[in-house]
Design a protein around this ligand. Structure first.
Ligand code: ADP
Length: 399
């Protein structure tokens, strides 16, 4: 190696602005992109890749690769750095490899490699490798710059690990809070129908009073409806527990989604005579699906729309995408505030501060069913103008 030379002022200025750019970026890959872009004039390379140690499999995964130079390999091809990355990981030190031969070989057969260990959270977590095809040789200053880049990369990765851990912790904490709320919600939800059933059946059984036929019928209807509500609640609880433990068997068959949604709408209309439902369906081919489970999804969306957007007309739009069919289920109710939208599909989650009762299970069940179909479900909403639930289901048979 050459004797240490001081970094010149311009390089220092570029390092300074590079590090500022890194500090400003949330996404670690973007951060690293800007760091590398700022130092491009001082440290020339063709390709760079990061090989992370996978502690479970003991193998390496590539989680960053860029190709910027002349005669470069494709970004997706990172085999050029695997060997040196494994050596760096075994030795935990900076390694430089230069080609043995021959100036007349093709560029891509003359890789000059520099591999640097990445210490993440006090442990060797991966290796960063740069390659220059056909040189030039790395100078002492280049090695120092590469080392500086690798230290910042490690700190970016450490920041990402901490961020992931924090959001996982927050999600577990939220789940625990939701579980606590659920116990009080569920006891209320179980007691209310039970209270009705007990009250009206006790009244009917009273020896000292006689009820005319109409009143008897009215009481029995209430008992009947409340029993249905209780059954539905218990079914939902069991269903969500089974979906969570993945013990439900789905029966996939080709099905016509337009017919299925039409059937559900008809059943809903029997009870909700004044509900305005507009079906706006394009031609779509059959899709692979479990008809019972998918009906459940649309029943849930109807139940929610009736509960949370009472009196609103509903529009269900069905169209074909490139590889999927897409449903948009819209109401014109009060909508869902933006800040709550990401959470409404979580188990037990209910938008806070509302008076309408529920358990927070309906949309969780919908999401699990759609995921089992390799589809997607999400909601969009403009406050005061309503909510739209989107569902995408693949056209092709499932893998
Ligand atoms: P539940 O209805 O039992 O609370 P869900 O999982 O079905 O549980 O819904 C979660 C939350 O999403 C509800 O508490 C409600 O606040 C909100 N929500 C669902 N559908 C709508 C809708 N169509 N309009 C407004 N809010 C809705």
């Amino acid at each position: 190696m050459e004797a240490e030379a001081p970094l010149d002022t311009r390089t220092l200025a570029r390092i300074h602005s590079a590090l500022q750019a890194v500090l400003r970026t949330e996404d670690w890959k973007e951060g690293l992109d800007s760091l590398l872009a700022c130092l491009r004039a001082d440290f020339v390379y063709d390709n760079v890749a990061i090989y992370m140690l996978d502690s479970r499999t003991n193998g390496v995964d590539v989680n960053y690769a860029r190709a910027v130079g002349r005669g470069k390999h494709a970004e997706a091809d990172v085999s050029w750095g695997e060997g040196i990355a494994e050596h760096v990981l075994a030795k935990n030190q900076i390694l430089i490899e230069t080609p043995q031969s021959h100036d007349d070989s093709p560029r891509l057969e003359l890789p000059h490699l520099i591999g640097l260990p990445l210490q993440i959270g006090g442990r060797l977590g991966g290796a960063m490798v740069f390659v220059r095809f056909a040189g030039p040789l790395y100078t002492e200053e280049h090695i120092r710059l590469a080392s500086l880049i690798s230290l910042w990369t490690a700190s970016l990765l450490e920041r990402k690990t901490l961020k992931d851990a924090r959001s996982e912790l927050e999600s577990v904490q939220r789940q625990m809070r939701l579980q606590d709320d659920f116990v009080s919600t569920i006891s209320h939800e179980l007691r209310t129908p039970l209270g009705f059933i007990k009250g009206y059946s006790t009244s009917l059984l009273r020896q000292d009073t006689t009820w005319d036929e109409n009143t008897q019928r009215e009481f029995l209807t209430i008992i009947d409806e409340e029993t249905d509500r209780l059954t539905q609640l218990i079914d939902n609880m069991l269903e969500s527990a089974r979906l969570q433990s993945k013990t439900i068997q789905f029966k996939f068959q080709p099905l016509r989604l337009d017919a299925l949604i039409g059937d559900v709408a008809q059943r809903v209309q029997v009870h909700e005579v004044s509900l305005e439902i507009k079906l706006d369906f394009a031609e779509i081919p059959p899709i692979p699906g479990d008809s019972m489970r998918l009906s459940q999804v649309f029943e849930n969306l109807f139940v929610n729309a009736i509960k949370y957007a009472p009196g609103s007309p509903l529009r269900i739009h069905l169209e074909r995408g490139r590889n999927n069919v897409r449903v948009a289920f819209s109401d014109k109710g009060p909508g869902i505030p933006d800040g709550y939208l990401p959470f409404i599909f979580e188990r037990f989650y209910r938008v806070p501060g509302q008076t309408i009762t529920g358990t927070g299970l309906g949309l969780y069940i919908c999401k699990q069913i759609i995921l089992a179909h390799h589809g997607k479900i999400w909601a969009e909403s403009v406050m005061g103008q309503g909510a739209t639930f989107f569902i995408e289901l693949p056209l092709d048979p499932l893998p």
